[in-house]
Design a protein around this ligand. Structure first.
Ligand code: CS2
Length: 475
């Protein structure tokens, strides 16, 4: 790593001990939680080095290992790029290569916290109800085998090892975009533990801690062309940098096992008693407009969120979503003005230095729609034509063909099922009815409430296209 870039490291000091294991190392955590943790150690010390695990492929480990797991974080603002080197990852395990090593690492006495970014689908729960899906193939595997595959499986096997060794449990700190995310992971862990060993579940329930968090920073997946951009900014090659926007926010419920955590408060993390209003605001206002822009923008031919935000039709469309549909059913977190929050979001979306692809955000819609869009629709007292258009946009998108007749590369754990349901209907009404019958996504109440407006929106999309449909609604 270049010696002349600002570095987030305790230079001259010995490397810290590992106090945190992170499951699911992707660009988001490297640009968000890892940076806060490195800054907290720089501010106040502590053995909070991170051992990272990839639960799927070796790509990140293979790229980062030759550079000692240090990487460049490029902050991309409208006025230019600034780079610094983040050195907080001490080691990395690729779980499928050696699941026993990951269980052992999680059970090490020095580990106090397990952070997670495993995406919505990584909790193996039913998004509409929150129950652990016991028939999920990875959960079925983890029930039958001591060496796990799933995130809940690793947490439970490691907690069992800690209990057997007379150690304290670790705090499970999820950093995924789910409402009440601490409860989601707690429920998944307890459901699995109960099925394996009821005494273990009793211990976890009494001693474990699962604080909820709200995480926010826009971090597109690193693209091959980003390597040249980072080299141009720094004069050095980095095999796997991250590029992120200037804004960041982390709100954490201050409930850790024995109070053990890095000094997050020293570096701007908001430690609060109740994260719920922050989470709902962020999920429904940011993610709840990202997904509509992703589906409708993609269908209209926009490659990135910045392209959507630069289009007056889509800018007006998201303004409508905020002011007329989303804000009316939200309770603002203490001290927050939701209209100011919305204005700041639009500025963030406009940042031309961040190329966040609509296709990337469109992934895994079946896992994202309930908390991002359907919650608002379920609570709304007045019609929500914009959010219904977004649901119809998702339905067109998962049908697999764009407005020019080109195939769409739909990535979703339910992709095949969604395509089958879409193909089953011969008319817009038939397709909408078939997709609304997917109970993992739509509760019966929501399906009944939105069937007519979503069908009308689907018909408009087919007749006029996504941009014209958004224009009818835009402010
Ligand atoms: C995005 C999020 O990919 C997506 O679904 O909506 O990753 C979003 O960029 C972050 O939640 C911002 O904090």
């Amino acid at each position: 790593m270049p010696a002349d870039l600002p570095r987030l490291t305790r230079s001259g000091a010995p490397r810290p001990g590992v106090g945190i294991v992170h499951l699911g190392l992707g660009a988001f955590f490297r640009a968000h939680g890892a940076v806060y943790i490195a800054e907290a150690m720089q501010a106040s010390g502590g053995d909070w080095g991170i051992l990272a695990a990839s639960l799927q492929s070796p790509g990140t480990r293979d790229a980062l290992k030759p550079q000692g797991y240090a990487y460049t974080a490029l902050e991309a603002g409208p006025e230019g790029d600034t780079a610094r080197v983040i050195e907080v990852i001490e080691d990395m395990i690729v779980a499928p290569e050696d699941p026993a090593a990951l269980v052992a690492a999680l059970a090490a006495p020095g580990v106090k916290i397990v952070t997670l970014t495993v995406t919505e689908k990584g909790y193996c729960h039913n998004p509409a109800t929150g129950d652990l899906n016991l028939s999920h193939p990875d959960i079925a595997h983890d029930l039958a085998n001591p060496l796990p595959k799933s995130a809940p499986g690793f947490l439970v096997r490691a907690l069992a090892a800690r209990k057997a060794a007379g150690l304290r449990p670790f705090t499970v700190l999820t950093c995924d975009n789910l409402p009440d995310n601490g409860s989601v992971v707690r429920r998944a862990v307890l459901d699995l533990a109960r099925a394996l060993d009821p005494d273990l579940a009793v211990w976890i329930e009494a001693e474990g801690r699962f604080p909820s968090t709200m995480v926010d920073r826009i971090v597109p997946a690193t693209k091959p062309e980003d390597l040249a951009r980072v080299a141009a900014a720094t004069g050095h090659h980095d095999a796997f940098p991250v590029i992120h926007e200037p804004f960041r926010q982390w709100v954490v419920e201050d409930d850790f096992v024995d109070g053990q955590r890095p000094d997050l408060g020293a570096v701007g993390v908001e430690l609060v008693a109740d994260v719920a209003p922050f989470e709902l605001m962020k999920l429904r206002m940011l993610n709840g407009t990202h997904s509509p822009l992703a589906y409708l923008g993609y269908l209209a031919g926009h490659e990135t969120i910045a392209d959507c935000a630069a289009d007056p039709v889509f800018a007006g469309f998201v303004r409508h979503l905020w002011t007329r549909e989303i804000i009316p059913v939200l309770t603002p977190p203490p001290g927050t003005d939701l209209h100011n929050y919305a204005a700041a979001l639009l500025e963030r979306y406009r940042n031309p230095a961040i190329r966040h692809r609509t296709w990337q955000i469109a992934m895994d819609g079946s896992q994202k729609l309930p908390q991002r869009i359907l919650g608002t629709l379920s609570e709304a007292q007045t019609p929500c034509p914009g959010l219904c258009l977004a649901v119809a946009g998702w339905m067109c998108y998962v049908g697999g063909t764009d407005e020019t007749g080109q195939p769409i590369d739909v990535r979703d754990p339910f992709a095949a099922e969604l395509r089958r349901l879409s193909d089953r209907g011969e008319t817009p009404a038939g397709k909408v009815a078939a997709l609304l019958s997917l109970q993992a996504v739509f509760s019966e109440d929501v399906a009944a409430k939105i069937a007519a407006p979503v069908t009308a929106a689907y018909e408009t999309l087919v007749a006029k296209g996504a941009r014209a449909a958004a224009q009818e609604i835009a402010q």
